[in-house]
Design a protein around this ligand. Sequence first.
Ligand code: ATP
Ligand code: MG
Length: 723
Amino acid sequence: MDVSDILDPLNDAQQQAVSAPLGRHLVLAGAGSGKTRVLVHRAAWLNRVEGASPYSLLAVTFTNKAASEMRGRIESLLGRSAAGMWTGTFHGLSHRLLRRHWREASLNEAFQILDSDDQKRLIKRVMRLLEVDEARWPVKQVQGFINSRKDDGLRPRDIGTDNDPYTDRMVRIYAAYEEACQRGGQVDFAELLLRSFELLRDNADIREHYRKQFRHVLVDEFQDTNGIQYNWLRMLAGPDADLFVVGDDDQSIYGWRGARVENLRKLTEDYPDTRVLRLEQNYRSTATILNAANALIAHNAGRMGKNLWTEGKEGEPIALYAAFNELDEARFVVDRINQGLQQGHSRSEFAILYRSNAQSRVFEEALLAHSIPYRVYGGLRFFERAEIKDALAYVRLVNNRDDDPSFERVVNTPARGIGGKTVDALREHGRATGLSLWKAAISALEQRLLPGRAANAVTRFLALIDTVAEQVEGQPLADTFDTVIKHSGLRELYQKDNDDRGESRLENLDELVSAARGFEQEWSTDEQEMETLTAFLAHAALEAGEGQADDWEECVQLMTLHSAKGLEFPWVFLAGLEEGLFPHRMSAEDPDRLEEERRLCYVGITRARQHLTLTWAEKRRIHGEERWGAPSRFIREIPEEHLQHVRTRVSVSRPQMAIRRGLVEQAPPDGGFGLGQRVFHEKFGDGVVVRYEGQGASARVQVNFSMVGTKWLVAAYANLTPA
Ligand code: ATP
Ligand code: MG
């Protein structure tokens, strides 16, 4: 490979960044300007020209997917394996450090990662033991408190309570939770970072070892680092490290999780010799899309200021569709995708982006109805499904008997006569003796603390786990899962479920076995320090959601705006642009949060390469309630000249305007009801049709119900019957 292979595909500014002399560099540039590309080429440059071995590179990316892409791109630039390279997310890399140095980090060797759900469950348990009232101290709030303190690098002893009863109580729960984690060998996400930070801070020899190893530190999406991540980086990147950081203040979207865009400025203060480089040419989007994005983000104050231009084509206008409800919105989007597919585009060219996870379901249903394969990226996660978590918990318990959350999860799943009372007794005994639940169970049996039937059931459960442990000893990973699923009774449990859900749960369990098989085959040799099983369990916790992307290429992509960061698609549908939903209603009042929402919208728009469609719905059923929506202010902030209102059916796409103008359609909707017709609706009762508009699937009728007054209904969904 030639140096020209590294530099030729870049413009002048990019080349300068990539070939800059060693030192500290911050590339501050807008969306689609090639930051990630420059980062990858820099890594190749360091290797090729500066003679850096892949081992001496530490590259931090935002998602595991981005990390593996980076590895792949570097490998193809170098033409050989970059397996020794440390690329990954902050969490993934922290995890790797802790596995290597578990002893120095005061962890037990088989420590497990708690995901957010496990964490909540454990906090709940701790609160019960402390007799804290959950109604007054919501678990979620406690979880938020603990995680944000950890993100600030604070242990319970570091937090001054000033005798404030609220803080005092929170700190006590935090302390008890910490103890429970330590006892059970559990590490939550925030702990991964804090613990590895402390490891480096408190062990000069380890720190020096890595500072010497990682001569070159590269960071993508730097604008979204939080306090602990920044300090973690500083631990690894010593004062002399070669530092290459890329970011965009306009795409900082994790402020709500403690990310600090000020870190961009802090970096230039902490490393005063940092050179700031800028890239201004956008290579991703059409001029129309880029201009719309620039105009939108210009509404934010306090930006670092960037000028982004493109040589690309003007492109088509941005389509704007006003749906009457979320079903109509989904139907419209899926129709468009269908048209694109019929023109020969591939499914992976299409992405549907939304503000809130709950919005995915309606799209999923519409896609299913058209048999279009799709993936929900980062949404309903494979590894978070109940049956998968059950199976994983069994395996975790087999692997580490002191894993209390796993013990609790499976002790009575499937039901085996170990009721809440028995578990409470074990918990109580565990607390009194300082033992894990597993050991508390053994001790309670020895001391005959449990009534006969419960004791028998618990004995059988302990024996079951021990037997499974013996059986899986030395087995390949996939067989381990197979054995566990069979012997735990999980398979039987779901076989008894005769409905579709049981069926799909069984499929998921099968999928887990094949995921384990795939993992075993692909498991990279550079992480040999972990056992395969441990690595897989960590993978399940860390990569939840991303793991399902194995046939990523074949599917329409669904994801929240937050998970779309850094990605790009030829066709983007940005859905749910309504006040209250996006910007989120919790953010509309607070100027800082509103600006973060606007940055999120900027991220969404700039994911699109050629085709962008914005949609909003006048009426939406979400989170179990029905709301009337007004178009998002973000739509208004895009100059009208870039937009094209889609009016498939004039009066239908803007029905409110039609009503305002007093328009009433002339013909009754096909197969529908005539004016004055008496109808019956299951929920609203009897009524009379007073208006209608639109045709076919999207026809709407207004009915005057005797009980509830007038209502607009979508004829196709309303299930009206002639009365
Ligand atoms: P984001 O802010 O969204 O993360 P980015 O700044 O990281 O964007 P990239 O993803 O690196 O941008 O690049 C955007 C697109 O432009 C990619 O498809 C990339 O391959 C392409 N690109 C970047 N630089 C060039 C170039 N000099 N010539 C041709 N294409 C380029
Ligand atoms: Mg990028």
